[in-house]
Ligand binder design. Sequence first.
Ligand SMILES: C[S@@+](CC[C@H](N)C(=O)[O-])C[C@H]1O[C@@H](n2cnc3c(N)ncnc32)[C@H](O)[C@@H]1O
Length: 355
Amino acid sequence: MKFGQCIRQSRKMKSLGIRTLAKQVKVDHSYLSRIESGQTQPSEQIIRKLAKVLDYDEAELMILANRIPPKWRPVIKKAPQETASLIRESLEEYGDGTKEASPLLPLPINGDRLIAPDANSRKSRRKSPDGVPTNDLVFSALLGTNDELFPKILSLYVARGSTIADVTYGKGVFWKEVRKDQYRLLTTDIQNGVDCRSLPYANNSIDCVVLDPPYMHTPGGTAHVAHQNYEGYYRNNSTTNGSGKKYHEAVLDLYFAAGDDAFRVLRSHGILIVKCADEVCANQQRLTHVEIIQDYTKKGFVIEDLFVLLRQNRPGVSRVIKQVHARKNHSYFLVFRKSTGKTRWKGPRELSSRS
Ligand SMILES: C[S@@+](CC[C@H](N)C(=O)[O-])C[C@H]1O[C@@H](n2cnc3c(N)ncnc32)[C@H](O)[C@@H]1O
């Protein structure tokens, strides 16, 4: 709806004559008439008064009059990029935007005013002018298994033909549903003598590293028997893990050191996919995924994505006296990019076109 139409409609809904409203807003009735018929645009002061008298949302009226609501300006100026993408994303839900595009969607900001684009520029400024609406997407949470989620992450982040080093290959469960001819896969694991903290690859030589070390310490006894068993995999409660750390700190130590070597072997903009889970250690909540993100960010990785994998079954505890923290039934895949953060992720590029 146009600004003038909106004023006329609201005035009529309040059963106000044009002279009465003009008097209340302290303008001449002929001026108000020109506003209603769209011949003139009022000042911000008049818009504010109209909003007050007509009980209309001031921000909405400002937008209808192609203006940025004054209260929003400082924030928009501080974060123009975030504002633009927030607005764009929200408005995309209202349709494809090409026929009846909302005036805000493609509008450039000129000073504090929004300037309406001409009809031709509308389409080309849309985020995805040739895109099609769909919900056939990769989602951030999945109720399922590693081998269901992992290929979806690869499809989003790793170009076909890439060299991928899975440095904790284990039984290769991640790869069950991935066509091997799509990537050049290099597999190593401590079980065949290759430590993920000291990889046999040259600096800047790998497109993607996959890291899934044991992510839970062993409290001993029969507790956590259904979990991935850190002690069984890595004997972290003994002195042989090489870190001198124990329990959750030993878990982190391996992630951190492996992250260092992944950074070394990854090429610029290379992708690191990390599997992890949070744990409660000695009754203390340890949000492993946060600790990893904090450490990796300091190393020079940018966090690009976080996937939550929800277990299908209901995990139990062998001996519970009183439950004090939520039993975890989810794990994460974190996706990092080796980058200074100055460039934004635009999706995997074909190998031939990569710089
Ligand atoms: C959770 S499993 C990995 C499962 C694997 N992602 C899959 O799809 O089958 C953890 C693996 O990390 C390996 N591991 C533990 N410490 C390691 C280290 N320092 N370097 C390399 N691999 C390690 C274990 O041998 C084990 O195979």
